[in-house]
Design a protein. Structure first.
Length: 141
C-alpha cells in the first residue's frame, strides 16, 4: 500500500458531512470543536504517512478548519462514501488506525450515509425472494 496526506478540503468535507448526518461524536457547537474533529482525522492520516514512509512527525502541518468558507453543497451519499473510503485508505498504514476514534467516527458516518440512500429503509432485510426457483446440485468430494 501507499499513503499520502489528504487535503484540508477533504477533511473539511468529511467534518461537515459528520455534522450534516449528526454523527455521534461529531456534535459540535462551535468552530473550535469542528477544528478538533478535523484534527483527529488529520492526525490519523499523518500517522499513516509517517509510519509508511518513516517521516519526521514534527514536519506535519496543523489542520485548520475553514468551515465558514468551505462552500460544500454536494453531500450526495455516494460522494461522501467515496471520500470516506479515500481517507480510510490513506490513513490505514499505521497499526492503531483500526482502533482509533477517527476510524470510529468515519464508520458511524458511513453507516449514517448508507441509511440515507434512497430506498434503503424500504429494502428487505436480507435477500429478496428469487425470481425463479434455484436448482441445487449436491456435489460430494
Amino acid at each position: 500500500m501507499s499513503a499520502y496526506l489528504v487535503s484540508e478540503e477533504n477533511i473539511a468535507y468529511l467534518v461537515e458531512a459528520c455534522v450534516k448526518h449528526q454523527v455521534e461524536g461529531a456534535h459540535v457547537k462551535n468552530l473550535q470543536e469542528l477544528s478538533a474533529l478535523g484534527q483527529k482525522l488529520w492526525d490519523e492520516n499523518q500517522k499513516s504517512v509517517s509510519y509508511r514512509y518513516v517521516q519526521d512527525k514534527a514536519k506535519a502541518p496543523k489542520y485548520k478548519h475553514l468551515f465558514i468558507f468551505s462552500g460544500f453543497s454536494d453531500f450526495e451519499p455516494v460522494q461522501v462514501l467515496k471520500s470516506i473510503n479515500h481517507i480510510d485508505y490513506q490513513s490505514g498504514e499505521h497499526p492503531t488506525w483500526e482502533g482509533s476514534e477517527a476510524k470510529r467516527i468515519l464508520e458511524e458516518l458511513k453507516s449514517a450515509v448508507i441509511h440515507s440512500l434512497p430506498g434503503y429503509d424500504d429494502a428487505i432485510w436480507g435477500s429478496p425472494e428469487p425470481v425463479a426457483k434455484r436448482i441445487v446440485h449436491e456435489v460430494r468430494i
